[in-house]
Design a protein around this ligand. Structure first.
Ligand code: 1HN
Length: 352
């Protein structure tokens, strides 16, 4: 290229930029990578670090109207400056001290709580009081009013999962405050949603009909545990029931349609027998795992972490995950898979 041609080309690019125009031939690599190149990094947060920090927040920062929740987000270092755990998912530790309450509101973002330890908080979902106990998954689907109240003399902490980053990117966020006073101070053993929808394989005829999110607001540990125990027992008896040898898994599903309990977030519990080395899996879409009990070595792409109860880790899109269970391991997983499936973007590779 002659000097004159180069000068002419530079002037041309400057003019394109002036008009807000970007030629494809200068961006091609960024626009269409050969495979996903996630900014989010494989990251680990230890419960032993998170819990004391949440307790300190409890001592220092009141909970109430405005802040709404004493929740501390797990920010991915690959997404600096944003409280985003992955490009689509927010995960936080939330802490409620003795007799504290978090006020009512609703939002289009969908949410759940998972309890790794403790009990004593009720979350009221559209006026239905739902007890939160160790090992339970509690749902707050989008646009349901919800508030939390701790009725005990003990603090309680749990994790929240929401699709805040996804909804932000889609410009689809709506938010509304509820009443300042608690909608209900009831503390029933079973919520109305469980009384109606919580019997296995039985749906109330009067309430049948498809709905995008589960009408069951609580998935109790005793059921999750029993289901996983039976999968492994059947495997031992020679009846294949596990996803791979020594690895049982259940998905929390919507009893009204058999699909994911939450329309936009997949939730699952995985159990690995001690000594199981699960094959490497990569999927499009990101996920967050929390060890519920036991310990393991997890390899996420180039990173290897030793994890134990309460620890959380991120698996970015298309980064292979390998789990090696040191002892019997139960691990809760949530991911954005239903979004990718709905859009026809899901892909999975079982061998790294
Ligand atoms: C929210 O409503 C909860 O209800 C937790 O517990 C975390 C983060 C941002 C916005 C709303 C909850 C939240 C949240």
């Amino acid at each position: 290229m002659t000097d004159l041609q180069e000068t002419t080309l530079e002037a041309f690019y400057a003019e394109l930029a002036h008009h807000g125009l970007m030629p494809l031939w200068t961006q091609r690599d960024d626009l269409m990578p050969m495979s996903p190149e996630p900014a989010a990094r494989p990251t680990l947060w230890r419960w032993a670090d998170l819990y004391p920090l949440a307790r300190r927040a409890g001592e220092l920062v009141p909970v109430g109207r405005g802040g709404e929740r004493r929740a501390i987000a797990l920010g991915n270092p690959g997404i600096p400056g944003q409280p985003y755990t992955t490009p689509t998912l927010w995960c936080a530790i939330q802490y409620l001290g003795p007799h504290e309450q978090a006020p009512a509101h609703r939002h289009s973002q969908t949410a759940f709580r998972f309890v790794v330890e403790g009990s004593g908080v009720w979350t009221n979902v559209d006026g239905d009081a739902v007890a939160m106990r160790k090992g339970d998954l509690l749902l707050t689907p989008g646009w349901h009013f919800h508030e939390h109240h701790n009725t005990t003399d003990q603090p309680m902490a749990w994790i929240d999962g929401l699709d805040i980053p996804l909804v932000s990117k889609l410009d689809a966020g709506f938010f509304e405050f509820g009443p300042d006073e608690l909608g209900t101070t009831e503390t029933p053993e079973r919520s109305r949603s469980e009384r109606l929808w919580g019997s296995p394989g039985l749906s109330p005829v009067a309430a049948l009909g498809d709905r995008p999110n589960s009408p069951l607001m609580a998935y109790r540990w005793e059921h999750t545990d029993a289901a996983l125990t039976e999968q492994l027992a059947l495997e031992s008896e020679g009846a294949a029931a596990t996803v791979e040898p020594g690895h049982a898994a259940v998905r929390y599903t919507n009893p009204a349609n058999g699909r994911d309990a939450l329309h936009r977030i997949r939730t699952e519990m995985h159990r690995y027998r001690a000594g199981t080395s699960a094959r490497p899996v990569r999927t499009v879409g990101s996920s967050v795992w929390q060890v519920f009990s036991g310990s393991a070595a997890v390899t996420i792409g180039e990173r290897r972490f030793e994890v134990a109860t309460g620890d959380l880790f991120v698996v970015p899109s298309w980064v292979p995950l390998t789990v090696e269970a040191a002892d019997d391991l139960d691990a809760f997983r949530f991911g954005d898979d239903p979004v990718y499936e709905a859009l026809g973007l899901d892909r999975r590779s079982e061998n790294g």
